[in-house]
Design a protein around this ligand. Structure first.
Ligand SMILES: [Fe+2]
Length: 430
């Protein structure tokens, strides 16, 4: 950042201070030395007073006036420099704060809006746009602020055309303060000044930030350098956010495949995983658990019985095989680093609160809270969904059954949260 924003800026401050010091000190001092050597020294050594071109008092007065003028200029320059430094400091702090916000914005659409709003605020531009490559030949206006938003949003332009198109093509910034009056006319936009910088990630242009019409002033090289620094950070965040969205999309597809596999493997369990996830979500929300917890719980519910995929269908009713399914599920999910927390909750989802469950006989708070929630949600779905070998209980009967086992099979706190969060309309049939 120092290289991009600092050097020319500090160079100009250093030059101004040097000039003011020269006027304030060197000129009066030089004058005094000159007068001393030329006139005063000969007088001290017995010379003639009438040889002076001006009265000595006037000469001294002139030297003092020059000193005072120089000093005042010096103070003025220093104050101006301090003000400029304070402004730069404020802008750099804003830039740091802005880039921190970029890193913390998880969704691409929010991130793009955040970038353009921050850029227009930082540079005092009337409007701003962010364009991304749509394909190799075209850019699309993803975010537009100000009164031009409706005209430009989602509009596609060719690489090489217009300010943004040129910047995308050359990968170099563009700063124009006297814009040809025809520019922007076809789109009905009045453009007085423009500042565009490329968004570059891994040496590749991924888009452009375009700011139009500096408020009450003109765009400066310092504006360009600041916007360039912001664009560098923005490009990193955009690329990371895109990668994350791709990974999340992959995760959704993988999850779908696994759930279909579970549903297809055993007819009895069709839709069970999704229903358990729904009920568990109600409990966790009632208990005020955070988003990260909810996310882990969601996947733990979807895969809590995935261990059955490792048991042949004809053996799935055998007691000793049923006891194995939490550990088999744990072993299947554990190697996936993304779901390592999920695996542990799967392992203990049949542990009872009184310690008489399986596979480890853990009790009370030794059992992860996620597993205690899944156990209640799982049991409720087993009681209320249609199964080939037993009757379905009504909503009230299922709640009564859960309540009857509160403190022995289930965590009473989880049961209470469940009772107060679920209603009959929440029961899912599919
Ligand atoms: Fe289970």
């Amino acid at each position: 950042m120092d290289d991009t924003v600092g050097s020319p800026f500090f160079e100009s401050i250093r030059r101004n201070i040097k000039v003011s010091y020269f006027v304030a000190s060197i000129i009066p001092l030089g004058l005094l030395v000159y007068l001393s050597v030329k006139y005063i020294l000969p007088l001290v050594t017995g010379g003639d007073l009438s040889a002076l071109p001006l009265h000595i008092g006037i000469l001294l007065f002139l030297a003092v006036v020059l000193s005072v003028l120089g000093l005042s200029l010096s103070v003025q320059t220093t104050n101006k420099s301090i003000f400029a430094l304070q402004t730069l400091h404020r802008k750099l702090n804003s830039l740091l704060e802005i880039t921190k916000q970029f890193r913390e914005t998880p969704y691409l659409d929010l991130l793009l809006e955040n970038i353009i709003r921050s850029a227009t605020d930082l540079i005092y531009a009337e409007t701003g746009s962010l364009l991304l490559f749509k394909d190799e030949e075209h850019l699309v206006y993803k975010v537009v602020t100000g009164k031009d938003a409706e005209i430009l949003k989602d509009r596609t332009i060719k690489v090489g055309s217009g300010f943004a198109g040129q910047v995308a093509k050359t990968a170099r910034p563009l700063l124009i303060n006297k814009v040809d009056e025809n520019s922007g006319r076809e789109m009905g936009i009045v453009i007085n000044s423009a500042l565009c910088v490329p968004l570059i990630y891994s040496k590749k242009v991924i888009g452009v930030i375009e700011l139009l019409n500096k408020k009450g002033d003109v765009f400066t090289r310092e504006d360009e350098r600041l916007l360039h620094s912001l664009a560098d950070q923005a490009a990193i965040s955009i690329s990371q956010s895109r990668e994350l969205e791709t990974r999340q999309s992959d995760l959704i597809h993988i999850t779908e495949i696994l759930i279909s596999a579970q549903d297809g493997y055993s007819k009895i369990k069709k839709g069970h995983a999704r229903r358990v996830a729904r009920y568990a979500n109600l409990i966790a929300r009632k208990m005020g658990l955070g988003e990260d917890f909810m996310k882990t719980l969601y996947y733990a519910c979807l895969f809590h019985d995935i261990g059955f995929l490792r048991i042949p269908v004809e053996e799935q009713g055998q007691r000793e095989r049923i006891f194995q399914h939490p550990r088999l599920g744990y072993e299947m999910i554990k190697p996936i680093s993304l779901w390592s927390d999920v695996a542990e909750w799967i392992l203990y989802h049949h542990e009872r609160y009184d310690g008489r469950g399986y596979p480890s006989g853990k009790k009370g708070e030794e059992i992860p809270l996620g597993s205690r929630i899944i156990f209640v949600a799982d049991t409720f779905d087993v009681l209320t969904s249609k199964r080939s070998y037993k009757d379905t209980l009504s909503f009230e009967m299922a709640i009564a059954e859960i309540e009857a086992n509160s403190g022995s099979q289930f965590d009473p706190e989880v049961v209470n949260a469940f009772k107060s969060s679920i209603s009959e309309t929440d029961i899912m049939t599919e």
